[in-house]
Design a protein around this ligand. Structure first.
Ligand SMILES: *[C@@H]1O[C@H](CO)[C@@H](O)[C@H](O)[C@H]1NC(C)=O
Ligand SMILES: *[C@@H]1O[C@H](CO)[C@@H](O)[C@H](O)[C@H]1NC(C)=O
Ligand SMILES: *[C@@H]1O[C@H](CO)[C@@H](O)[C@H](O)[C@H]1NC(C)=O
Ligand SMILES: *[C@@H]1O[C@H](CO)[C@@H](O)[C@H](O)[C@H]1NC(C)=O
Ligand SMILES: *[C@@H]1O[C@H](CO)[C@@H](O)[C@H](O)[C@H]1NC(C)=O
Ligand SMILES: *[C@@H]1O[C@H](CO)[C@@H](O)[C@H](O)[C@H]1NC(C)=O
Length: 411
């Protein structure tokens, strides 16, 4: 019996990437969704992809509460590079837009208490056509380590589908060999899944700290719902591979930009929390409206996302076009009964907040007889048995986010 237990522990350890990083879903800021490949600094000096943009965002992350809330990685996406490698074959930044170099920018980001992330691509070119890492993996891993990179997003444009998995595994080895702990964000499923190729999620979990599963997010609510649809449709296949150190990644938060209403922003935040998704903002932190900033900084929602169990939530049922998702979280009650986050996501567009009732038992939350229910966005608290009806009102394309915590006795 004891021997069997040891074997189980040993096996489960061998199953995941062990670089000690991303024990909870990574949180940070990345430029892509908001700033794309805007490189015209003459026309858009404050918005172009340049060291100035990243320094300003680092300042805002540190001074406006984002870092304190947990958003620690500042990540550069595509379009930072010069069109060619240097004489030694190393990647180099565009010298006009990054006159101080990447090491200096990384030092600046670190001086703010943040961690520094960068982008490259496994193929022969990046998605925007800059130099790819193909044939240069070891050099690039070393260059990133020398620059003080803490997080690498490795994209998969301009690569052979068959070559992706072995290539990403190889890059993972080179990153490990640098001796510098670097969060490794992979993209190979995002290239395989849309082509109908089922990625090897066991290999992903052994290789990467997080991976993009599906299509890129643009600035629109329909993208949020289609990503959620993909995650729920595929949850039985992918959810189990998420956990401390290795996460499914539904892509960036688009909160605070142009496409989502306030209610839809709360919905994205709540559902990304339930999915244990990486929380990577992509918004102009200089101009974001305070109410959207408050959504991004919402402590209780972040706490659900960062829950130490690291369990990816699931869609449990849909009632009258309201999707009901649950995620087991801490604390535990008597006899190990778990707490839960419960998200009610409305796919309705008709008029008033839609009234709905469910019991916890109906959602499979039945390990304790009594629970304390709390509303995360509209603070209120009530105690129920697992078979008592709970009533919620869900706004059109909005969310209600509850937590259910086991209590030993109804008070
Ligand atoms: C640097 O970026 C600018 C656009 O901002 C571009 O015109 C220039 O050719 C780039 N330089 C190199 C060396 O790639
Ligand atoms: C490299 O891999 C080994 C074995 O998984 C691990 O113990 C170590 O922490 C890794 N080092 C880095 C820098 O990622
Ligand atoms: C998936 O990857 C794992 C771990 O690398 C390996 O043991 C397994 O054989 C792979 N499965 C398939 C179907 O290739
Ligand atoms: C986002 O919307 C765009 C425009 O409709 C579409 O091309 C893209 O495939 C969508 N992505 C996702 C993840 O739904
Ligand atoms: C509870 O919801 C069901 C549909 O799920 C509905 O038939 C019933 O009338 C509701 N009960 C109350 C008291 O609103
Ligand atoms: C608790 O819920 C699960 C999932 O719905 C169900 O399989 C199980 O039978 C329930 N247990 C009890 C005691 O009702």
């Amino acid at each position: 019996m004891f021997g069997l237990l040891l074997i189980v522990v040993f096996c489960s350890r061998a199953l995941a990437l062990d670089n000690g990083l991303a024990r909870t879903p990574p949180m940070g800021w990345m430029h892509w969704q908001r700033f794309r490949c805007l490189v015209d600094c003459d026309a858009y000096p404050d918005e172009c992809i340049s060291e100035k943009l990243f320094k300003t965002m680092a300042d805002k992350m540190a001074s406006e509460g984002y870092l304190a809330a947990g958003y620690e990685y500042l990540i550069i996406d595509d379009c930072w590079m010069a069109k060619n490698r240097d004489a030694q074959g190393r990647l180099q930044p565009n010298a006009t837009r990054f006159p101080s170099g990447i090491k200096a920018l990384s030092d600046y980001v670190h001086s703010k208490g943040l961690k520094f992330g960068i982008y490259s691509d496994y193929g022969t070119k990046t998605c925007a056509g800059y130099p790819g890492s193909h044939g240069h993996l070891e050099t690039d891993a070393q260059t990133f380590a020398e620059w003080g990179v803490d997080y690498l997003k490795l994209d998969g444009c301009y690569a052979d589908l068959d070559d992706l998995e072995p290539g990403y595994i190889q890059m993972g080895k080179f990153l490990n060999q640098t001796g510098r702990p670097i969060v490794y964000s992979c993209s190979w499923p995002a290239y395989q899944e849309p082509k109908g190729v089922k990625p090897n999620y066991t290999a992903l979990r052994e290789t990467c700290n997080l991976w993009r599963n599906w299509d890129d997010i643009d600035d629109t609510w329909s993208n949020v719902t289609s990503i959620l649809k993909w995650f729920s449709t595929n949850q039985d296949r992918i959810a189990e591979f998420s956990g401390p150190g290795h996460w499914n990644d539904p892509d960036m938060l688009i909160i605070g930009n142009f496409g989502l209403s306030y209610e839809q922003s709360k919905a994205q935040m709540a559902l990304w929390a339930i999915l244990a998704a990486p929380l990577i903002m992509s918004v102009d932190l200089r101009t974001i409206e305070p109410k959207f900033r408050d959504v991004l900084l919402h402590q209780e929602v972040i706490k659900i996302n960062q829950d130490a169990l690291g369990i990816q939530g699931r869609l449990i049922t849909t009632i009258n076009k309201i999707d009901i998702w649950t995620k087991p979280i801490l604390p535990k009650g008597d006899k190990g009964a778990l707490s839960y986050a419960i998200g009610f996501l409305s796919n309705r567009v008709d008029g008033y907040p839609y009234r709905l009732n469910v019991t916890l038992a109906q959602l499979g939350i039945n390990q304790s007889e009594n629970y304390k229910i709390q509303d995360v966005f509209d603070p209120m608290s009530v105690e129920v048995t697992q078979s008592e009806k709970i009533f919620v009102r869900v706004k059109p394309t909005g969310v209600v986010l509850l937590t259910a915590t086991p209590i030993s006795a109804k008070q």
